[in-house]
Design a protein around this ligand. Sequence first.
Ligand SMILES: [Mg+2]
Length: 260
Amino acid sequence: MPLCTSSSLQPHNLMLNSHLQPLTRALFRSKLTTMSNQSTSSSIKSRIRGVVFDMDGTLTVPVIDFPAMYKAILGKDQYFSIIASSPSGIDILHYIEQMTPDNQQKAYQVIADFEKLGMDQLQIMPGAQDLCSFLNSRNIRRGIITRNVKSAVDFFHERFGMSFSPALSREFRPYKPDPAPLLHICSTWGVEPNEVIMIGDSLKDDVACGKRAGAVTCLLDETGRYDSPKYADVEHKPDYKVSSLAQFHSLLESNFDLTP
Ligand SMILES: [Mg+2]
């Protein structure tokens, strides 16, 4: 499961009209303008040859109560202390790496228990199948970068019935928000980073990874939680923001030259 987001367990919804975040409003507006201008001329659209997805909370419905998991690992006091100084989210793997070996083992077991719960309750995100069928029809490459473990990625592939390749789990080091996994995928595909769009539900991991690699980025924010002013000063801001995969599908179709 994604190990950095600080959101509470969020009810899934199918809201199609996103509320633009303050932090992205100006940029998003300019993109929408561009989208309108470009609709009459495909020659000026940016070319996208591949889409890289986050897995948990993007291709699957979020079910993990991350604050509860973080509190179980860090203790309430440390959790509240960290979250006060890290508004964009906790990089729990980073904190675990600083623990003693014994405590690391306990922490990874807590994560494994939460991730097992996530696998038991796994649901494919609405719109994911349609989106991937559409990408298939255009021969656009699909990859995954997740901070979850490989067994969860394998399980997801079994349940989803469509393959993503490469699909990099947290066994691939360094993991996101480092750009390395995305650059590795671009290299494997033989495409430039700016010919790839990265979509995920984490500003801190997915958008940061994508921006650092030089890719186009899209934040999936189903509930508008990133509208909060606490995200106004984050370093890496998304190029686009959508509230559903259906909206992301529309964005791809209308705004980009999808040529493999
Ligand atoms: Mg995620």
